[in-house]
Design a protein around this ligand. Structure first.
Ligand SMILES: [Zn+2]
Length: 243
């Protein structure tokens, strides 16, 4: 067993545990239970390390490509608290219908954790703000999480990242460091992103058969609609208030 496997556990299911892989809290799945939450907290730290590592690598590549430092504007403290609450609530909204305690606890904090990349621009210099709000970051998560944590935790990490991006607002450097251009999500893309996030988080703790039951589908659809309507309303309020 490698040192990493000792910290994060083996991504491979125990022999004979295949049939209960999606419900075994001590195995490769964030299905439920205090053990899953404890492992999730360790993986949350890993997630934050991947955010910072990715941001640093992207920054170095951008500088090597000749892109200049910019003075990233950091949001005010009250705006930061509003953003944090919004990401916790939206992560919670897509996790509650799974009725898995570990997912209900961990999805919101994973959904918030990508904003660790605000360190670049707030405390450290950067080329583009929000370096990890990036499609290549999803690839980085998969590359790190699949071997270390297994499929279910990878789905949770990517799902939480997607609900963050879908609910975040503003524009993102989606293809950094290849280009420093930023793109805003059109409404249709936000819909697809949040639906995909709900699906990935659901699949990290439930079987596909469990996800097509009304007990999961109805509250999930309601959560997606409420997130989109609330995001839409906040966008309009910001337009009218000149924020
Ligand atoms: Zn963000």
């Amino acid at each position: 067993m490698s040192a990493l496997e000792r910290v994060f556990g083996s991504a491979a299911p125990e022999p004979g545990a295949v049939a209960k892989a999606t419900t075994d809290p001590s195995g490769a799945s964030p299905a439920d239970g205090p053990l899953a939450i404890r492992k999730g907290v360790r993986l949350l730290v890993l997630y934050a390390v991947v955010v910072l590592g990715f941001s640093l690598v992207a920054l170095v590549v951008e500088l090597a490509l000749g892109d200049p430092f910019s003075t990233g504007r950091s949001p005010g403290v009250s705006r930061s608290f509003e953003d944090a609450a919004w990401h916790l609530v939206t992560g919670l909204a897509i996790a509650v219908p799974t009725r898995r305690r570990a997912l209900i606890v961990l999805t919101p904090v994973f959904a918030l954790a990508i904003d660790v990349d605000h360190v670049f621009g707030s405390l450290l210099p950067t080329v583009v703000p929000r370096e990890a709000h990036d499609l290549f970051f999803l690839v980085a998560i998969a590359l790190v999480f699949l071997p270390l944590a297994g499929r279910a935790w990878t789905q949770l990490a990517i799902g939480a990242t997607l609900v963050h991006l879908g609910a975040d607002g503003g524009s993102f450097p989606l293809l950094a460091p290849v280009t420093t251009q930023s793109w805003a999500f059109p409404f249709a893309v936000a819909v697809v992103t949040i639906v995909a996030a709900a699906l990935l988080v659901g699949l990290s703790g439930r079987t596909p058969r469990e996800l097509v039951r009304p007990a999961y589908l109805v509250p999930t659809a309601a959560a997606v609609v409420v997130i989109l309507l609330a995001g839409f309303a906040v966008g309009w309020i910001q337009v009218f208030s000149g924020a």
